[in-house]
Ligand binder design. Structure first.
Ligand code: ATP
Length: 262
């Protein structure tokens, strides 16, 4: 097992500021009788890109949702940038804004334009003036390559474009960390790379990211660390090169042999 604190050996992590940006300690969760997260300890350094992989049902999405407490937990602590997230209340609402989320389904408002989808959150959450929010949103839409679609409705865009709008919307809150939960799994194959390219760009710009994905190409291009989950546990974690060429656990070897032959 690779030590959690030192597992990041990739090139882009900017962990010189010491304390981890995200820290989970002893996080435990059941859904009824199902023990879905078993004493999870995980740290993510500032600027680090961590990819979470593992078999279906291993707890990856639950872990991802737990990080901003979209899921309740039975035990443990979750700390973002040195501040522990409480279970509920105003402080939780405030700290949640530090975490941008992009889900498999794009979750855009169908009756709002692309531009409105990106401006709405910051205007409501932070009281940003409409003109400032609009200009920031246009910058972000440009960054993800869809500025020319700003006045369209989401349904007029391709799936890949809609997911890029969802990325821009998450970025509009100026999050400290971005969580991606299988962001390309609902996309047609030809649209997957356009979303992955946006994510690689964010990683290269130093965004701290936690990404649940089956796109091993993304892990190889952008991840500092791969975390392998199975049965609600973190079984193994290592830099991508080490993990893909010589995983240390039989469970990871078995998983890789299945996905790499498909
Ligand atoms: N809201 C829920 N209520 C009850 N059980 C749930 C709930 N959400 C998830 N589970 C169960 O918890 C387990 C872990 O689910 P989770 O979605 O975290 O796994 P995953 O590794 O992300 O799987 P996949 O790769 O298929 O998305 C599964 O057995 C799932 O059926």
């Amino acid at each position: 097992m690779v030590d959690l604190a030192t597992a990041s050996s990739g090139p882009a992590a900017h962990d010189d500021e010491g304390a981890p940006l995200v820290e989970l300690r002893g996080v435990d969760k059941h859904f009824g009788p199902l023990h879905v997260l078993k004493q999870i300890d995980l740290t993510v350094a500032r600027g680090e890109v961590v990819v979470i992989i593992g078999p279906s049902g291993s707890g990856k999405s639950t872990l991802c949702r737990t990080i901003n407490r979209l899921e309740t937990i039975d035990a443990g602590t979750i700390t973002i940038d040195g501040r522990e997230l409480p279970a509920e209340g105003r402080e939780l609402a405030r700290l949640r804004a530090d975490v941008g989320m992009v889900f498999q389904s794009f979750n855009l408002f169908a009756h709002k334009t692309v531009l409105e989808n990106v401006t709405l959150g910051p205007i409501k959450a932070k009281g940003v003036k409409r003109a400032a929010a609009r200009s920031r949103a246009m910058e972000l839409l440009d960054r993800v390559g869809v500025a020319n679609q700003a006045e369209k409705l989401p349904a007029q865009l391709s799936g890949g474009q809609q997911q890029r709008v969802a990325v821009a919307r998450a970025l509009a809150m100026d999050p400290k960390v971005m969580l991606f939960d299988e962001p390309t799994s609902a996309l047609d194959p030809e649209m997957i790379n356009e979303v992955l390219d946006v994510m690689v760009g964010l990683a290269r710009d130093g965004m701290t990211m936690l990404v649940v994905t089956h796109e091993m190409g993304f892990a190889r291009r952008a991840a500092n660390r791969v975390v392998f989950m199975d049965g609600g546990e973190i079984v193994e974690q290592a830099d991508p090169e080490t993990f893909f060429t010589s995983p240390s656990s039989a469970r990871a070897r078995d998983f890789l042999s299945k996905i790499l032959t498909h």
